[in-house]
Write a protein that binds this ligand. Sequence first.
Ligand SMILES: [Zn+2]
Ligand SMILES: [Zn+2]
Length: 191
Amino acid sequence: MDNGYFGEYATLVAEAGRFHGDICAGIEIGTRMTMSGLKRINITDPKGADRKKLMVFVEIDRCSTDAIMALTGCKPGKRTMKIRDYGKMAATFINLETGKAVRVVTRMGKKGNGEGKAQLPDFAKAPEEELFAITDVEVPLRPEDMPGKPLRRVPCACCGESVMDGREVEHQGKTLCKPCFDKADYYHMVA
Ligand SMILES: [Zn+2]
Ligand SMILES: [Zn+2]
């Protein structure tokens, strides 16, 4: 298997496993996703020389995301990892210097429910094309998506809470936070 310069699978999966707590299938998948993604965008030293060149979008809040975080050094708090919780085992790796970006999505688990557990491949050996579909993509990034200090902060006209980084919505002449605009949130007030 061509590992590029980034690292050997065995070393990387062990590192991701230490971060996550164990080496499960998701850690193995996330390790291979990271290897494939970084190779395509020519990032060889994500936590060293290339650390300011990399951003990752992940599409699930599961084990594979921990592997990607451990191996790339990208973190939500650094604004270099964006979590889009679509429930898909997919991630997009972006070289911020060149603009090159690839989306890596797993080919496993395409079977519907009730067809039994899919046979897992040998992640140390399986060819990349067996594991993933990889496509070149463009990711439009706004200045307020980038690492660094918050560019702006506005109060929501409805709840009064502060909204940073352009996440507000303009609606009928009012500036609203997203939950007030959607009239929905992940919590309910306790009476
Ligand atoms: Zn796990
Ligand atoms: Zn609000």
